[in-house]
Design a protein around this ligand. Structure first.
Ligand code: AMP
Ligand code: GLY
Length: 425
């Protein structure tokens, strides 16, 4: 029986830990630091651990006989947690620091994609304001300006005109608005189409696709308003047709794994390709993430039937080719409930009512929640992700929104149209 440690504290980590804890081969799941939702789960225990201190993580794993570490967020991966734990003989699922550059540096990712002829938007890379502005003269609008490094989803500006583009360039390169992350920028062609997330589990050579999904990144109904980490997601996503699936699997995912192996940094872990699919069904890479998506994880974990610990361990051993994954054929849909004001400034510490749900086809995953004086209170921008499973997507949507209606804390905010793209006739 396996003892597992999950690193992270969001909705993604709640869903991963919840699924791991249900595995027939998992005895105990620890989450560092976890949230008020993971604290409530059977067979799950939150632990206080500085996850940036790898020697502390190693010591914890040794003392508690941890058989598998699953890393939720990108920062520890980019910082080398897999390298450090592997060197100490601990099975840690995720990419090495070198391989994690696919997310850690947009310049690295673009250079990699171009070199291996993997479909992506045309781009230029700059460290100087003057050359970036000169490049603009040869381009059309809108155009996309991206900070090179990790910027918590905030380092992307879609400029509608020259003035906005020059401002974004100045903010990043001259005024250091994103710190080091913005000392190098990418200027990229604006792609038109529909976005989809394509997430796989990879073992350095081979991969198994996770169920397809689509998230809603914009804050408001109709996919408008500021960009967020994601306001809801559903699975499966019909935009990923069998033809798109084939193209992405071969020309994007397999090509990426082959390229990374060839470049001496084989990729093991969850690989998430953010895609733009054009009117002809042709997909291009918008970005890579080297971890599972949040909130895509939540509906996808609702549908995963296989033992997640076994999948991760098989990937670490390079044995995915011999491994099968099974999915619940039903639809899962998750609605994010956020604090009003997210993604900017918002209140914390509000007491959440209505969390007791016991429908087996409904799950309320916690993200920004904490325990305070015996109550569960809000502690982050994205607070909960309310997920439901049903035979049809509209039924899953109805069920999720029924539960959302029952939960409140006075300043909750959520979109009322999650899944609309797959439901509009
Ligand atoms: P990224 O973090 O690179 O995925 O960018 C965040 C969001 O910006 C994406 O989800 C897209 O909605 C948008 N975006 C990024 N790059 C492009 C592009 N080249 N063309 C159109 N939209 C883009
Ligand atoms: N849902 C988008 C992300 O996890 O990056």
């Amino acid at each position: 029986m396996n003892r597992v440690l999950v690193i992270g504290s969001g909705g993604r980590e709640h869903a991963l830990a919840w699924r791991l804890a249900q595995s027939s081969t998992v005895e105990k799941t620890f989450v560092a630091p976890g949230n008020a939702g993971t604290a409530l789960e059977q067979k799950i225990e939150n632990v206080v651990l500085d996850v940036a201190d790898f020697s502390a993580v190693i010591a914890f794993c040794q003392i508690h006989h941890i058989d598998l570490v699953v890393v939720g967020p990108e920062q520890p991966l980019v910082d080398g947690v897999v390298d450090a734990l592997s060197a100490a003989g601990i099975a840690c699922f995720g990419p090495t620091a070198k391989a994690a550059q696919l997310e850690g540096s947009k310049a690295f990712a673009k250079d990699f994609l171009e070199r291996h002829q993997i479909p992506t938007a045309a781009y230029g890379e700059f460290t100087e304001v003057e050359s970036a502005n000169t490049y603009l003269k040869t381009q059309n609008y809108p155009i996309v300006i991206k900070a090179d490094g990790l910027a918590a989803g905030k380092g992307v500006v879609i400029a509608e005109n020259k003035k906005q583009a020059e401002e974004a360039i100045a903010d990043m390169l001259a005024d250091n608005k994103f710190g080091d992350a913005g000392s190098r920028i990418i200027i990229e062609e604006f792609l038109v189409g529909e976005e989809a997330s394509y997430i796989v589990i990879a073992d350095g050579k081979n991969f198994i696709p996770m169920a397809t999904s689509q998230d809603h990144k914009a804050r408001d109904n109709g996919d408008i308003g500021p960009n967020t980490g994601g306001m809801g997601a559903y699975s499966p996503a019909p935009v990923v047709t069998p033809e798109v699936d084939q193209q992405v699997a071969n020309e994007i995912i397999q090509a990426t794994l082959d390229g990374m192996a060839k470049d001496g940094m084989p990729f093991t872990g969850f690989l998430y390709a953010g895609l733009m699919i054009d009117a002809h069904g042709k997909a291009k890479v918008l970005e890579f993430n080297v971890r599972f998506g949040d909130p895509e994880t939540q509906p996808i974990m609702m549908r995963l039937n296989s033992n997640l610990d076994q999948l991760c361990l098989a990937a670490i051993k390079g044995e995915l080719k011999q491994t099968a994954v099974t999915w619940d054929t039903r639809f899962a849909l998750g609605v994010v409930m956020a604090e009003e004001g997210y993604p900017f400034s918002y209140a914390k510490g509000n007491k959440i009512n209505g969390l007791d749900q016991n429908d087996p086809n409904v799950k309320v995953f916690h993200a920004g929640t904490a325990n305070k004086d015996g109550f569960i209170v809000t502690s982050g921008g994205r607070v909960l992700c309310v997920c439901a499973l049903d035979d049809r997507l509209n039924l899953a949507q109805q069920k999720a929104y029924q539960i959302v209606q029952e939960i409140n804390w006075g300043s909750e905010y959520y979109r009322t149209d999650i899944g609309f793209k797959a439901l509009t006739p």
